[in-house]
Design a protein around this ligand. Sequence first.
Ligand code: BG6
Length: 507
Amino acid sequence: MEEEYVETAKTGMSKSQLHEPCIVVIFGVSGDLTHRELIPALYALNCKNLLPKPFAIIGFARRDWNDDSFRQEIKSTMKKVDECGEEEWERFANNIFYVKGNFNDDYSTSYKILLEKIKTVQNEFNIPDNILFHLATPPSDYGTIIQTLDAASLSKSGTGWRRVIIEKPFGRDEQSARELDNAIHKVFTEDQIFRVDHYLGKETVQNMLVFRFANPGFEPIWNRNYIDNVQITVAEELGIGTRANFYEKTGILRDMVQNHLLQLLCITALEPLVHYDASALRNETVKVLNSICKVDLVKDVFLGQYDDGVINDQKAISYREEQNVNTNSFTPTFAAIRIKLDNWRWADVPFYIRTGKRLKKKQTEVTIQFKATPHLMFPNIKKKNLGTNFLRFQLQPNEGIVYTFMAKQPGAELQLQPVNLNFQYDTAFGISEPPSAYQWLLFDAMKGDQTLFPHAEWIYKAWSIIDPIIKKWESEPWINFPNYASGSWGPDDSISMLLNDGRHWNI
Ligand code: BG6
């Protein structure tokens, strides 16, 4: 299996390399993801002159729209239409089209209309037969859409390429992920399949690799001799909003831990690559997962569900009071897990990962906590008062990298204080915030570069780590929910987990 993805994955390519003209067909175009992420990302690429020319978007959904009303609808939900001027938006919008249909329609109805629309747009704009399908639909529709694309003769081309982007979660467990992958492989080959984990597209996640491997100073100390522990926190203020139908079936373990948190762990822990390309990155991240020790479900896993509370001086309702949530729901909205890696570099270094909805504040951070200095030569300073060094990769808000170290406080007395070396995108690169993850994911998929997209092997392995937790929890929930107040940092047990190890969460 490993050999398969070494052969098929394309290598990392320069972002400046031009890609071929194509049409992006978005299924589920009336949904939140399209409005919030996909269209803004494509428009931002357009404004940076990074879209192929010519280029078009065709949306497919159930709503009763036509090309014009769809364009109006998109414009009304776009926050930054003026990013590169109203005129440019009009030019961009003229290349957006719409086809009305149900995902489970017969291939000879709406999918046939889609085929005809594609041909018309290709002829009108002189676009070669290259199509990127983006499935931004409920995961249960993926199989049907792919089969019907095939039946409608949309999945193959004699002259161009076909690629398909699949959103997470990819399956509900290892077995369903394998079944889904088998179904997709009946129609598409591995180099045509782009499985999304948008965390891999985040600038700071890519910067974690650059920081460690493009600078000589940190890689030599990136190991158990110098690092005391690693903490990964993905904290959200928001609750589940209007997503109860999705979330009740998914929960935090499937929604966040199996994908985003394990990816962050892999990016932190992986071994140096020989070349930065898809097959090498995929191989190394799978190796990290393979080295994860069996998690003790009693001592290493703490789950939670939010109760009511106060966030930013606003009252927040409990999870069970959210619209369309079962009033006795046992769906977890918080997870904290202690993970150990059984390998030479990381033996005995705990990785504490946690994520939750309705926490005190939105903050996503990977913190490397270094060991304290072995000997303290300064008089009158007790070692226990000496802060250790931290390296923080801040993913949000305020993306950047902060290194905290000890410095002498000015004055006659020798007093030490922790201070920060700070890299922020605005001061370093003059941009208020870095480009969104989806810009790079769409850009790379249009080029056929799979570097930032996980391979199926990674996904199966990640499920095999999380499945036992989900299985035990779903068969015998072992904690009384709700067990943390909205606006807190999660259940007390998740805080005690570190205190019992003589540590504490750094945020
Ligand atoms: C998504 C989850 O994958 O990631 C959401 O489905 C979550 O529940 C979101 O809110 C968080 O993404 P980000 O980029 O805001 O950290």
